[in-house]
Design a protein around this ligand. Structure first.
Ligand code: 57M
Length: 359
């Protein structure tokens, strides 16, 4: 909206032309969201404390987590508004893809909010039922998938890293595929959110990669040169991804070990789904497996652990799943697990960007 207002005066004041550039607005969006997170962080933490919205720690968890009981949670109530305010200020509100990503962030945030609210305010430790939560996620993702399917600027072919000549066309199956990407990413980030800064660090890193993908996908000449799908409207998504990076880094300031606040499901479900949506609208869906490789790794550790546990009647592959708990129980100090997982995320993001040239 600020962007649109500024554009009204652009004919008279020529230097305002700089606001036309997506790169400039992405930087502004990043800094705006960062400032919102920084400025409102202490206030949100004190409000959550006053409202006694504190984390309940499960009995069966690592003993090192017991002192975290009562840490204010639902920090997503800081992250998501910071992303939305900054995105809507600096992106083009006439761009439908912007509203698709906003819808995903808000709808998944609302599902997470309902779950957190039941757990922390109503003191109902189970929150939403797993099937209820999953159904709501599928509904929100389905609405998104249908809009993307009918949107004329996107097609149903997939771009496969390294294989520029292979672009399978999913046709109508694009809809369940898109639902899977959004719901899968949402839950994978949620599973990763079990150590201080463990989810928000790699989330900010992954959104940084999508700042690049979105910008390139929206640039006709570069997209043609790199032989990636051109999506004219996707350039504006780099503004939202930039806002997510800024809000995430601002939140990390407070969520860094030892955390003063957790993001809660309102944050993790929304950010994960937002990442899935960014992958879909930039037509860089498959590479999300690499960009978010850490989240995939965490989710697979749970799938294998639970599967093996059921098949063998109680035996485990890892000391505990998700895998970050395994390393904790092996005796790695929490900050060591976190920083090492961040390093892996940075390497994966760099590898994913390098796939643009290796085709
Ligand atoms: C939620 N939530 C954290 C916080 C955060 C199927 C099963 C594997 C599911 C899985 C699960 O429920 N995962 C998703 C993970 C929780 O954090 C809250 O939840 C929000 C995110 N949704 O924002 O509000 C705890 O994580 C710790 N934490 C931090 N720092 C942070 O910045 O330290 C979170 C954020 C917090 C805090 O301790 O309380 C969670 O872990 O509950 N279940 C599990 O992860 C459980 N694993 C398990 O049962 N594994 C079994 C197999 C057979 C399924 C096994 O391996 O034996 C673990 N959950 C916990 N402790 N709490 C087990 C250990």
């Amino acid at each position: 909206m600020i962007y649109k207002l500024i554009m009204l005066f652009q004919a008279d004041v020529t230097w305002l032309n700089v606001f036309r550039y997506i790169t400039f607005r992405t930087i502004l969006a990043t800094l705006t969201a960062l400032c919102i997170s920084f400025l409102f962080g202490p206030w949100v933490i004190s409000r959550l404390r006053a409202l006694q919205i504190g984390q309940y720690i499960r009995e069966e968890g690592p003993a090192s987590h017991k002192p975290k009981a009562g840490t204010p949670t639902m920090g997503g109530c800081l992250i998501i508004p910071a992303i939305l305010a900054s995105s809507l200020a600096w992106s083009d509100p006439a761009n439908l893809l912007v509203w698709v990503v906003v819808f995903v962030l808000v709808s998944f945030g609302a599902i997470g909010f309902a779950d957190d609210y039941l757990k922390t305010v109503r003191k109902n430790n189970r929150g939403l039922s797993p099937s209820g939560k999953f159904s709501l996620q599928v509904c929100a993702a389905l609405i998104t998938a249908i809009v993307l399917y009918v949107y004329p600027g996107l097609d149903t072919r997939l771009s496969i890293p390294f294989l520029k000549n292979i672009t399978p066309d999913l046709g109508l199956f694009y809809i369940p595929f898109a639902v899977f990407v959004i719901v899968g990413a949402s839950n994978a980030v949620n599973l990763t959110d079990g150590l201080d800064g463990l989810a928000i660090g790699p989330t900010a890193i992954a959104f940084t990669a999508y700042v690049v993908f979105a910008y390139l996908a929206g640039h006709f000449k570069i997209a043609a040169y790199l032989q990636i799908p051109y999506v004219g409207a996707a350039g504006e998504i780099s503004v939202i991804c930039g806002a997510a990076v800024g809000a995430g880094l601002g939140f990390l300031w407070f969520n860094a070990y030892p955390a003063e606040i957790f993001m809660g499901d309102v944050g993790s479900l929304s950010l994960g789904a937002g990442l899935g949506a960014a992958a879909l609208v930039t037509k860089q869906e498959i590479v999300l497996v690499l960009v978010g490789g850490l989240f995939v790794f965490e989710a697979l550790s749970v799938i294998f652990q639970v599967g093996y546990f059921k098949l063998t009647g109680g035996h485990r592959i890892f000391r505990m799943a998700p895998i970050h708990h395994h390393f904790e129980l092996k005796g790695w100090p929490e900050p060591k697990v976190i920083v090492r997982f961040w390093i892996i995320s940075i390497i994966l993001a760099l590898m994913s960007i390098s796939t643009l040239k290796l085709r």
